[in-house]
Design a protein around this ligand. Structure first.
Ligand code: NAD
Length: 256
């Protein structure tokens, strides 16, 4: 059985992926704030170190795949601390263990919002790996009324990080595939209240048009993650796979 680490496993997309993997016979080591084998706060350095140590202990040092689903969309600095720095720390912390596996794979959950308007200063701080600067910039944004850009900025930085790392030393050369699944709007506890509010729902549908089958359920996203981290995926790496009902194609239009 493959041993797969899933952060954000207690809810939404991570919970759906956990169930799918277990149904196919994989072992899942869940990481979340509560209700998982490893409980840790990925917004703090201490929590991230505890998460990596806890996973290695629970997994007996053997890890075949890591999927970073944990994230949050609040217009606060904690969103960039979890979505970007928490995901990166988990992946980097488990990379040495992954490199020992026969068919190692990793994936993160990005977002269609990462292709839209972002705060360049925040993205730059993220890509420089400077969490102090990123947190300070996010704090300014929250206080200045542009906290809503923290989430898309964190997801843009995450996708850019994956594209760069996927072919950097330590990843592709060690056989580790590293990809992003970028959802459109997914019905999960993160979006439930927004989707139940008619005005918010209309605003979301305008920002993220999903002509193919409308809003996704968590299984649509989890299914793509499941394949990307399976042994079957031998050659897809550094990609951003939009699971968004056609939102990215609609918004960006035909390209080259
Ligand atoms: P969710 O809220 O159902 O699940 C997110 C999980 O992350 C929760 O279990 C939560 O406890 C965990 N988490 C949050 N902060 C944490 C922390 N500090 N430490 C550890 N765990 C923490 O939401 P979801 O919709 O399943 O989201 C999963 C991922 O998908 C997120 O990265 C989110 O940004 C992304 N995403 C969601 C949508 C959507 O429409 N729902 C769209 C695009 C991207």
């Amino acid at each position: 059985a493959r041993r797969v680490v899933v952060s954000g496993a207690a809810s939404g997309i991570g919970a759906s992926l956990t169930r799918m993997l277990q149904e196919q016979g994989d072992e899942v080591v869940g990481v979340d704030l509560h209700g998982t084998a490893v409980c840790a706060d990925l917004s703090t350095e201490e929590g991230r170190a505890g998460a990596v140590a806890g996973v290695l202990e629970a997994a007996g040092g053997r890890v075949d795949a890591v999927v970073a689903c944990a994230g949050l969309s609040v217009p606060e600095p904690t969103a960039v601390r979890v979505n970007l720095f928490g995901a990166v720390a988990l992946l980097e912390g488990l990379r040495p263990a992954l490199a020992e596996a026969g068919a190692p794979r990793a994936a993160v959950v990005g977002s269609i919002t990462g292709t839209g308007v972002v705060d360049e200063q925040l993205v730059s701080a993220c890509l420089a790996g400077d969490e102090t600067a990123a947190t300070a910039r996010a704090r300014q944004m929250t206080d200045g009324g542009s906290g809503g850009l923290i989430y898309p900025s964190s997801k843009s930085a995450l996708a850019q990080w994956v594209r760069a790392r996927s072919v950097a030393p330590g990843w592709a050369g060690e056989g580790i595939a590293l990809n992003v699944v970028a959802p459109g709007v997914v019905r999960t506890p993160m979006t439930e209240a927004l989707l139940d509010d008619e005005r918010m729902r209309a605003a979301m549908d305008e920002a993220v048009p999903m002509p193919l089958n409308g809003h996704a359920g968590p299984d649509a996203v989890a299914g793509a993650l499941r394949w990307l981290v399976s042994a079957e995926n031998t050659h897809v790496t550094g990609q951003v796979l939009y699971v968004d009902g056609g939102a990215e194609a609609t918004l960006r239009g035909p390209g080259r």
